[in-house]
Design a protein around this ligand. Structure first.
Ligand code: NIG
Ligand code: FE
Length: 420
């Protein structure tokens, strides 16, 4: 594989390190001008002036060139919370919400997650893979190079495994890397509506062991929320997952404070996600345990609740913040990290630097990948995004457009915008 030299950059902007950044450090983004970046064997091999790189890495004569045309280089975005393998579509529910119904009311009537469960059970694995690949094409075009992807629309052993296998196969076929999460405890399926305990037995005694044995998931997630799974029930699922090698992360305190943040801290979860209704005690517990807050401002936006997670309280407490799309058909139908980035700045009140760290390094760390991706440093994977912008600030300043002009995955140019 040829070396790739990225030239004509106005700026390289990146967080630094392989550990999650917290507090004031979350804003410590390195911004370099007058530098080029060399990718070799899929890794970043040099960041500096041409002379500096040549001194370290030898002659660059044979290197392939990517002319960034005065753009800005940032790390490939890492999206640590998506629900990618689904079938069907829920625009009718969206219209009902526009007419005044709430997400939880729709769910209580058998719509919501369960309507996607019906469609996903009916879909073949091939259809699910096709849907995931379409979404991955969009994600890549918007700068995502690694994403987490959850099951959770199958809710039977076979249908959860079908979703997880679709994630595996789509990831093998596509430049975007997917990290799989089992979310069998996303909702109680209709056939166990009056016997939730039995469904939890199936999750803990059948679905978790089979998933682990098949090697189809890295993490175990649960929707810990009043009316879905309580903190006690979530504890049971996540503990069972951990016994089978699936590290815990959870949907916590999305609509009401349900003790999810405290549970995440107790179990040393890699992340607690949503947190729109997190309590002050929950924030403190997360800070003490070092749990990352994955914030999903696209979900607050899409649900039109005008209520966002308390990002500043989390930051001030020392909780590392990551950002994700929550890409799913019911509560946040977007593949776009730049859109989420804009919402994080405009609605969560993050600085542009804090948001960059949240969408790259901190997101990578909460997937256990901070040593290999999430920043532009020699030795890390060459997963990079060229923005058609003269500096980092444009990532939030120029909104509602796709700022990405090229995407590099493991040192190869895998996407170029038509105009670039
Ligand atoms: O993260 N909160 C639970 N699960 C998803 C919604 C899934 C759906 O509505 O289909 C979420 O928002
Ligand atoms: Fe979610």
């Amino acid at each position: 594989m040829n070396d790739l030299l990225i030239t004509n950059l106005s700026e390289v902007a990146t967080p630094v390190g392989s550990e999650p950044l917290t507090g004031a450090d979350q804003a410590k983004v390195r911004r370099l001008s007058g530098v080029e970046v060399l990718c070799r064997k899929g890794e970043i091999a040099g960041v500096g002036s041409r002379e500096e790189i040549e001194r370290e890495a030898g002659s660059l004569e044979a290197a392939q060139r990517l002319d960034a045309k005065g753009g800005t280089l940032v790390p490939g975005f890492v999206d640590p919370h998506t629900h990618l393998p689904w079938a069907g579509s829920r625009e009718e529910e969206f219209a009902q919400r526009l007419a005044g119904k709430t997400y939880m009311e729709i769910a209580a009537e058998g719509g919501g997650i369960l309507s996607t469960v019906r469609a996903t059970r009916e879909a073949s694995e091939i259809d699910l893979i096709a849907g995931v690949l379409d979404r991955l094409d969009l994600m890549l075009a918007y700068g995502t190079t690694t994403a987490e992807a959850k099951s959770g629309y199958g809710l039977t052993l076979d249908d959860e495994l079908k979703q997880l296998d679709a994630i595996r196969r789509a990831s093998e076929e596509h430049p975007v890397d997917l990290v799989p999460t089992l979310l069998a405890a996303h909702e109680t399926p209709p056939e166990y509506r009056h016997d939730k305990e039995r469904y939890l037995d199936i999750v803990c005694q059948e679905i978790i062991p089979a998933t682990s044995e098949a090697g189809l998931a890295r993490f175990c997630d649960v929707f810990c929320e009043k009316g879905v799974f309580s903190a006690e029930e979530s504890h049971r699922v996540l503990t069972a997952g951990a016994q089978y090698g699936l590290a815990p992360r959870l949907h916590a305190d999305e609509f009401v404070d349900s003790g999810g943040a405290e549970l995440a801290a107790e179990l040393n979860a890699l992340s607690a996600d949503h947190l729109t209704a997190v309590s002050p005690a929950g924030v403190e517990a997360m800070a003490a345990a070092g749990v990352t807050a994955v914030l999903l401002p696209g979900t607050s936006f899409f649900l039109m609740k005008h209520k966002y997670a308390p990002a500043h309280r989390l930051l001030e407490a020392g909780v590392p913040i990551a950002l994700a799309t929550d890409c799913n058909p019911g509560s946040s139908f977007t593949e776009s990290v730049p859109m989420v980035f804009v919402l994080a700045v405009y609605e969560l009140g993050l600085s542009i630097e804090e948001a960059l760290t949240a969408a790259t390094l901190n997101a990578a760390c909460c997937l256990g990948l901070g040593r290999s991706i999430g920043s532009i440093e020699v030795g890390k994977h060459a997963d990079l995004v060229v923005l058609a912008a003269p500096n980092l600030l444009h990532l939030a300043y120029h909104y509602g457009i796709n700022p990405v002009s090229a995407v590099i995955k493991r040192g190869k140019v895998v996407h170029q915008a038509k105009s670039s």
